[in-house]
Design a protein around this ligand. Sequence first.
Ligand SMILES: CC(C)(COP(=O)(O)OP(=O)(O)OC[C@H]1O[C@@H](n2cnc3c(N)ncnc32)[C@H](O)[C@@H]1OP(=O)(O)O)[C@@H](O)C(=O)NCCC(=O)NCCS
Length: 208
Amino acid sequence: MNGPHREIRVRAASRLGYRPTMAAPHPLPPRLDLGDVILRRFRTEDAEELRDAVAASYDELHPWMPWASAPPNLEDQREFIDRMSQWPSPGGSFAYGIFSAGKVSGVVGIEDRVGPGALEIGYWRRTGAGGRGIVTRAAGAVTAECLRLPAIGRVEIHCDASNMASAAVARRLGYRLDRLESRQPSAPSESDVMQIWVAETAPPHVPA
Ligand SMILES: CC(C)(COP(=O)(O)OP(=O)(O)OC[C@H]1O[C@@H](n2cnc3c(N)ncnc32)[C@H](O)[C@@H]1OP(=O)(O)O)[C@@H](O)C(=O)NCCC(=O)NCCS
């Protein structure tokens, strides 16, 4: 979601003549309350906590996330927060931190790079925060908010065909597998096939 990989995607999108929809008529809510977890935009002072969450989860993130090619440093987290905490943002990106008991338990990112009328979401979860469905519930809430934006009729999840845990989140939320695309792997466990999952209506209630 961040780092050179994202820049390549943004440049590729502009080469195709697509410009991010920066003029969303109203912003995404800065905070979503899911009961035991809160989704909220990051603040500058979250940088250390975010760095610690990425560091604690590095062994799970490194195989799948191109931006986790090396252990995190504070400067990268500050840059990520600067870039991802306003919507609409110049780069068409936003991230909700998933906070549980005040700690970063994961992230759901939103990218405006998949064409008009559509947004892409991506996610990761802190190591040790599994088993409660926090990512499924967070990604479901974010999907619903994206689809509430007047110009948006489709939300996509792009997931490596080998990443069963990520595909399970999309499937649990009722996303439909729209197509497969071939691509160059950009993280160690990635294959050369990307699944594109699509939601056009808000996910039904996710069981507690
Ligand atoms: C992909 C990733 C976020 C999935 O995490 P996860 O812990 O499986 O997802 P959730 O937090 O939604 O938890 C789901 C689990 O909670 C359980 N659960 C409990 N309550 C639940 C609820 N109310 N709703 C949904 N699931 C619930 C599910 O049954 C599931 O259990 P299982 O793992 O035994 O099948 C995680 O593996 C990860 O961070 N991977 C590295 C980064 C990555 O690959 N990101 C995706 C890139 S496309």
